[in-house]
Design a protein around this ligand. Sequence first.
Ligand code: CTP
Ligand code: CA
Length: 233
Amino acid sequence: AKPNALPRDLEGVRVVVSAGGTREPLDPVRFLGNRSSGKQGYALARVAAQRGAEVTLVAAHTAALPDPAGAHVVSVSTAAELQVAMEDAAAEADVVVMAAAVADFRPAERAECKIKKQGDGSAPTVTLTRNPDILAGLAQRRRPGQILVGFAAETGDEHGSVLDHGRIKLKRKGVDLLVLNAVGEGRAFEVDENTGWLLSPSGLEQRIPLGAKSELAATVWDAVAELVRAQGR
Ligand code: CTP
Ligand code: CA
């Protein structure tokens, strides 16, 4: 879409977008984190608001980014906090977009005090435990007609191509749309441009050309708006 020519096709649609990356504390000063900047989620929230949606943005460690105009921003840190905030917001939403990078694992224990080096020169062992799959949980408690959008960042490997992994994840997650990004070689993380495919259970495999994250956002909302229209809303 051209600037100043955005459709108002999300007027009155209530959307929730998660953005950024969770941090899982080891002790009061250390955490396990990831390299998500939040830029893609913020672009999604900004473009949705520009197209008339009522936007809640659940943001995990995105301090460098200005709040998107018109969005209600909820800040969280851990995957557990993100889950609570998303389930809360999703209960009143027509569309839920999980763009955040959620830590798959967290330290099984969070030390009360800063972990000190041991005098004998040994290193501590960190035991990890699984975090809940927030998107799967949202799919389980989905409201009638609620549209769910997931993201996946994949690399090709000996088990299959980026697209092969995306098709499997689309099924496993039970979402209406999956935004599939090819990662590695400096792509997707901490940059302003993004490329990939938009997949749907009906067999849509739309190539998303390399472009600004706001353009990818526009492509996602085009597809969402079509699903909303198909529901006769
Ligand atoms: N996601 C989530 N909760 C998690 C992990 C991921 O809600 N604990 C969401 C992400 O926000 C994203 C989608 O699920 O929208 C896919 O994330 P991804 O990390 O690609 O999927 P995983 O199920 O964690 O699979 P993998 O083992 O490939 O990391
Ligand atoms: Ca993961």
